[in-house]
Design a protein around this ligand. Structure first.
Ligand code: ADP
Ligand code: MG
Length: 359
């Protein structure tokens, strides 16, 4: 039986070093939930606490209503898939999948039925008598997945399961993992540092930085309404401009440093009457106009559906330290493209910009 997972004020220390200071999160039964964040932010640490391989220094973790802090890993009924496939090289595909079930002492008939079913679900039926060395990386990862779920675990935990695969296979396999998860309906905690992968597979994502959850939400919400600048720049690209937010009886306005002003609707929660803010604009949320903010095209990359321009703005307008400022032109809707050295005038789509206080 699949269960929900609840972490309440969880603390993790390695010796004197606190890696997770105080983390709470609720993962729903049957949900595909992803921990996303840069390398070293504590994703694996948290996953291993859920699995029972790491001690918990504070707070509690529950499976359903049951506190599991002191339940050893082998009694938590979890399925795990790691980056390195961890399947047995001397056993065939079928024997690998069977392995977990043998430990559970099922009768032969029952066992056969379960294995046949799972081999079909992960689409490796036709390779069932092969040894792993004769499988591709993607097929090996399907075996690992089959072995993890054939035991009907309460939760499925996956730690960067696709990072050893090449780019094309990664895309194919993330679709496969998502389909299998939906078919078996098991609560899944998935760890990745790849934001594109997280957006593609997850029901919800927790974005982590330095052991602290920055935002939890559905992929679309996280991308379109990031909670802070870290999320806005870690998930996809955001261009950051310096701005001033003012409220007048006529409404709320956000002003760029060159004087260009946008009247906001109800999207902005105004905390102060007049505040320094950071305006975050996605590269695809600009359009060309005759009034707006001027930029010079520094480089141009043709990407098929989009042309991506790297831009130079007046230094005073932008938040310093950004790797690049970009405009993605959807050429399906463009009358013309531009060349390096051209000056263009851009208008941000006001319903899609995000505004953060500049502290
Ligand atoms: P992630 O999976 O997000 O890359 P980890 O959970 O592996 O991050 O690591 C989080 C932090 O904890 C890192 O700073 C890492 O160096 C540290 N860390 C991880 N495992 C151990 C360990 N066994 N002992 C000491 N420090 C560790
Ligand atoms: Mg890790």
């Amino acid at each position: 039986m699949s269960v929900s997972i609840s972490a309440q004020e969880v603390v993790k220390k390695y010796g004197e070093v606190t890696v997770i200071p105080n983390l709470s999160v609720e993962i729903k039964n049957g949900e595909f939930f992803t921990l996303l964040g840069p390398s070293g932010c504590g994703k694996t640490t948290l996953l291993r606490m859920i699995a029972g391989f790491n001690s918990i220094e504070g707070g509690e973790i529950k499976f359903g209503e049951q506190v599991i802090n002191n339940i050893p890993a082998h009694k938590r009924n979890i399925g795990m898939v790691f980056q390195n496939y961890a399947i047995f090289p001397h056993l065939t595909v079928r024997q690998n999948v069977e392995y977990g079930l043998k430990l559970r002492k099922l009768n032969k008939e029952e066992m056969k039925k379960k294995i046949d079913h799972i081999l079909k679900v992960v689409k490796i039926e036709e390779y069932q008598d092969r040894l792993p060395e004769r499988l591709s990386g993607g097929q090996q990862q399907r075996v690992a997945l089959a072995r993890a779920i054939v035991i009907h675990p309460s939760v499925l935990l996956m730690d960067e399961p696709l990072s050893n695969l090449d780019a094309k296979l990664r895309v194919e396999m993330r679709g496969a993992i998502r389909d299998v998860q939906k078919e078996v309906g098991i609560t899944t905690v998935y760890v990745t540092h790849d934001q594109e992968e997280a957006l593609a597979v997850s029901d919800r994502i927790a974005v982590m930085k330095e052991g602290i959850i920055q935002q939890v939400g559905a992929p679309y919400k996280i991308y379109t309404r990031p909670a802070n600048i870290f999320v806005a720049t870690f998930i996809g690209h955001s261009n950051l401009f310096k701005g001033i937010l003012t409220t007048t009886p006529e409404g709320t306005f956000v002003k760029f440093r060159n004087g260009y002003e946008i009247q906001m609707d109800t999207l902005v929660e105004v905390t102060r009457d007049k505040a320094n803010v950071i305006i975050a604009v996605r590269p695809e949320e600009f359009s060309i106009s005759d009034k707006g903010i001027n930029a010079i095209i520094k480089s141009k990359t043709f990407l098929g559906k989009y042309v991506n321009y790297e831009l130079t703005f007046d230094e005073d307008m932008i938040v310093p330290g950004q790797p690049s400022i970009e405009y993605s032109q959807d050429i399906g809707h463009a009358e013309r493209t531009y060349e390096v050295g051209d000056t263009i005038t851009l208008v941000p789509n006001k319903s899609k910009i995000n505004i953060f206080t500049d502290d």
